[in-house]
Design a protein. Structure first.
Length: 413
């Protein structure tokens, strides 16, 4: 039997599998202008209504020729010009060439375009200095995209790499999955909103602030319910209110084992818990379940733990709910550590590190320093997670470890 389950903890892999297995993508869609589509998920396949390019055209400034004419004479008089937006539409006399500019439609019958650097202007016409091949320097109709071709499949997250291509098809509006509605709140009498003066024993609510920033990067519609005090009645009402408004409810704090940690208790009353407690460090107290309408993720109260569990579990869950079909788990690379790393066997450990390429071209990593679950500066200093296997112990300098570079949610640049 898996050690994680013997100890009452669930492995990260099993937790992620359970999350994704239960999630069904949203089906509600909306039609928006291309200018507003960055970061949105396509609700239908993007099909090209036209050929790209829509006609054969020149890839160079030069001369359009027919090979039969060139075979009879290396020097051809020029019969006219073809410009981008002003094609040559007159009769093309036998034994002549056409001056053509980049992007201009090739006149009917063109076999090749000779770049101007391979031609010389003489008194009798244009002399071609190099051998010419059939089809050279011609962009053919539909060479990039054929009419009725699937350009991007349903479930594509649109970016600046996608939108100009869609615009090139003349498509001004796209059907996208509506934004995921996520309600967030923090729990704890000790929490104070950022910007307000701290009272005795209080700390700032950085968790909700960080979660909101990451949700906005994931293009979610955020419903911020603020700080809920350690009162069962208030917490129960917060769950009920959030469930009415959101597709996903995310809380921070209250899922540990303290006397005032009511989140798990209330969740069991108003919903159903799928799992609680993970075999990861930091971030063991993580709850996942279902309310009447919305899904629920309960993050730990410690800021490093909250961000880590959001990154490793909530991020892919949101991708699945949003219909983003191309989401991939973080790639793990091998690096040599330059500093010793403290670890106890029993849980997979995600320490924060600084990875660089050394002078020999090898990937190496060092710790950001103290790895306490309250040391949020480890994220701002680091650029990766050092992923230490569940049963691994202390790591000596020079040993090989796995790392995951931060993605756009945590990158410093």
């Amino acid at each position: 039997m898996d050690h994680c389950h013997i100890s009452g903890l669930i492995s990260l892999e099993d937790a992620l599998e359970k999350l994704l297995a239960q999630a069904s993508p949203l089906i509600a869609t909306e039609t928006i202008h291309l200018n507003e589509a960055t970061g949105r998920i396509t609700a239908t396949d993007i099909i090209s209504p036209i050929n790209v390019p829509p006609f054969d055209n020149s890839a160079m400034d030069g001369y359009a020729i027919r090979l039969a004419d060139l075979n009879e004479n290396q020097t051809l008089p020029m019969a006219g010009k073809a410009l981008a937006g002003a094609p040559f539409q007159e009769e093309w006399p036998k034994g002549n060439c056409i001056r053509i500019m980049t992007g201009a439609p090739t006149p009917f019958g063109t076999d090749a375009v000779v770049m101007q650097e391979q031609a010389e202007v003489t008194e009798t016409g244009i002399y071609f200095t190099h051998p010419v091949k059939q089809g050279q320097n011609i962009r053919t109709i539909g060479e990039d995209i054929m009419q009725n071709a699937k350009v991007f499949p349903k479930g594509t997250k649109l970016s600046t790499a996608h939108l100009p291509q869609i615009a090139s098809l003349g498509i001004a509006k796209v059907d996208v999955v509506r934004k995921l509605k996520v309600a967030i709140f923090s729990t704890g009498d000790e929490l104070q909103a950022v910007g307000e003066p701290l009272q005795a024993g209080q700390i700032y609510d950085t968790n909700r602030f960080a979660i909101r920033l990451m949700l906005e990067k994931l293009d979610c519609e955020v419903i911020d319910l603020g700080v809920i005090r350690d009162d069962p009645t208030a917490l129960r009402q917060a769950f009920i209110d959030a469930d009415k408004q959101a597709d996903l409810v995310i809380s921070s704090g209250g899922v540990s084992v303290g006397e005032a940690d009511y989140t798990k208790q209330i969740l069991e009353e108003v919903g159903k818990i799928s799992f609680w407690k993970l075999a990861i460090k930091p971030g063991k107290p993580f709850a996942f379940g279902k309310l009447e309408n919305a899904w629920f993720c309960g993050l730990p109260g410690n800021p490093v733990s909250a961000v880590l569990t959001f990154y490793q579990l909530v991020q892919p869950f949101i991708a699945r709910l949003s219909g983003f079909t191309a989401w991939q788990p973080p790639m793990r690379l091998t690096a040599r550590t330059t500093t010793p790393l403290k670890k106890s066997p029993g849980r997979i450990d995600f320490q924060r590190g600084i990875a660089v390429i050394n002078k020999d071209g090898e990937l190496e990593v060092s710790t950001t320093g103290h790895q306490g679950s309250h040391i949020f500066s480890s994220y701002s200093l680091g650029n990766c997670f050092i992923v230490l296997e569940q049963e691994r112990g202390h790591v000596a300098a020079g040993e090989t470890v796995h790392i995951e570079f931060f993605n756009h949610l945590l990158k410093n640049q």
